[in-house]
Design a protein around this ligand. Structure first.
Ligand SMILES: NC(=O)c1ccc[n+]([C@@H]2O[C@H](COP(=O)([O-])OP(=O)(O)OC[C@H]3O[C@@H](n4cnc5c(N)ncnc54)[C@H](O)[C@@H]3O)[C@@H](O)[C@H]2O)c1
Length: 439
């Protein structure tokens, strides 16, 4: 018997608009893939919302529907796209420059991608030193820029006759900033917008505009953005879901798979050295020390939280964790990551693990963008608002309520996500206790 009544979820009728600040490698690979899937030319590999199943009830019940058959998600055919970028290239030109997809794949979706033209961006050089915008908005103040973004959002809603919208940041990683006094509350933030406070980042202007329009905001980069009291307050006030930060795709994804296993067996870790090379525009932006710092901080957090050195001082207190990101143009979007893990076991004997991941950054990120867009829309239709911790599965630095440490273990994150879906539908949560099978 279900424990509680299902949550009322508004149906996913009508069209869903996906708004993307930053139409670079990730965004265009995502759009091209959705187009190919819609036309039956590709399978949605890597997407939990499209291919994932969910067990319901007891193991003996044999009920494991597709997730998209359990909860009402927007259909891929009902999605429309819009975005902003610093450069005027349409999505086809941007995808060709990003160099992720083959000529054959690009040709397949040329007409579709060429029809998606970016709106002029909100940009401030201090936040992304390595890029110079040729397609940016001008405004009297940051509030004026926010109002222009609001007009863009409402224009897209109207012209495409959209029922609902979500925004997923796929723009460059901004320079490292901490929470400043201007982020203390919605009132200080709005005053700061009017006064063009230098601590308000371009990503925060998009996020503010989205939340004002009741549009959920997911943050694909490690930027602070909505992880501030001011924008969390606005999200709660307007009852809009927010989530972030930084898509979990390559090296950190591997780290949050392997490290829970080592800890589960109480194997010690002396050190974890991670380095990688990447040569896309993201790598170029991250070559700037200030953007690099934002990313490095995001990548460093996971291991400390999973290993809990304070609880296991004999195993992890001396763990030396190093993360290096190196811009190396010849590789383009095809990143290569190396991890050297120095572990120790019974009687302290040392051992080593080497991981060499030859991945494709945007191929890993695209299904994450799709799932986030669909789950953020589901969250809003289910009446969930503020920080969506159940979506930690997708993030390198999951946002949490103040005072809570983030959950980084990929498998706990997946359990949490699936239990949230069961909860929404009034299904029993799965605890894996299993005692009933032996009564
Ligand atoms: N690919 C992955 O696996 C992965 C994983 C985690 C996070 N990310 C993050 O996702 C983001 C996108 O990655 P990418 O490989 O597509 O990078 P990219 O450089 O190809 O694309 C980013 C785009 O954002 C644009 N941009 C920058 N500032 C902007 C602004 N203020 N407004 C509008 N557009 C702006 C740039 O012109 C560029 O076209 C980066 O922040 C990256 O760190 C990517």
């Amino acid at each position: 018997m279900p424990l509680h009544k299902p949550v009322e979820i508004r149906p996913a009728t009508g069209k869903l608009g996906v708004l993307i600040p930053g139409m670079g490698a990730v965004a265009t690979t995502f759009m091209a893939g959705v187009d190919a899937i819609r036309r039956g030319l590709a399978k949605p590999i890597g997407s939990l919302t499209q291919m994932g199943t969910i067990r319901l009830g007891k193991r003996t019940e044999n009920r494991s529907p597709l997730i998209r058959d359990l909860v009402p998600l927007a259909k891929l055919d009902d999605i429309a796209f819009a975005g902003w970028d610093l450069f005027p290239d349409d999505a086809y030109q941007a995808a060709a420059k990003a160099g992720v997809l083959t000529k054959e794949h690009l040709a397949q979706c040329q007409d579709f991608l060429a029809g998606i033209k970016p709106m002029p961006a909100v940009f401030e050089q201090a936040y992304v030193k390595r890029l110079s915008a040729t397609h940016a908005k001008r405004g009297k103040s940051k509030m004026d820029l926010a109002e222009q973004v609001i007009a863009d959002i409402e224009g897209f809603r109207k012209t495409q006759k959209l029922d609902r919208l979500v925004m997923v940041w796929c723009g460059s990683t901004e320079a490292y900033h901490e929470v400043a006094p201007v982020h203390a509350s919605l009132a200080t933030f709005e005053k700061g917008l009017a006064q063009s406070d230098p601590e308000i980042a371009p990503s925060q202007i998009y996020a503010y505009a989205a939340l004002k329009c009741h549009v959920p905001y997911a943050n694909g980069a490690p930027n602070l953005t909505v992880d501030t009291p001011a924008l969390t307050e606005l999200a709660k006030k307007n009852q809009v879901p927010i989530a972030g930060k930084d898509f979990k795709t390559g090296q950190t994804f591997m780290k949050t798979i392997v490290s829970p296993g080592l800890k589960a067996r109480l194997l010690g870790v002396d050190g974890w050295y991670s380095t990688n090379i990447l040569g896309n525009r993201d790598g170029e932006v991250l070559d700037d020390p200030e953007s690099h710092k934002t990313k490095e901080k995001s990548k460093l957090g996971a291991l400390e939280h999973i290993m809990q050195p304070a609880l296991y001082p004999d195993l992890y207190a001396k763990m030396h964790h190093v993360v290096r990101i190196n811009y190396y143009p010849p590789r383009g979007d095809n990143k290569e990551g190396w991890d050297n893990i120095d572990i120790f076991g019974w009687m302290g004997y040392p051992m080593q693990i080497k991981i060499n991941f030859l991945c494709r950054d945007s191929i890993l990120a695209a299904p994450v963008v799709l799932d986030l867009a669909l789950f953020m829309d589901l969250a809003q239709r289910s009446g969930l608002s503020g920080i969506q911790e159940w979506l930690s599965f997708y993030w390198k630095s999951p946002m949490t309520a103040p005072g809570l440490y983030p959950e980084h273990d990929t498998f706990i994150q997946l359990t949490k996500l699936k239990n949230t879906l069961r909860y929404l539908k009034g299904e029993d949560l799965i605890t894996h206790l299993g005692a009933e099978y032996y009564d």
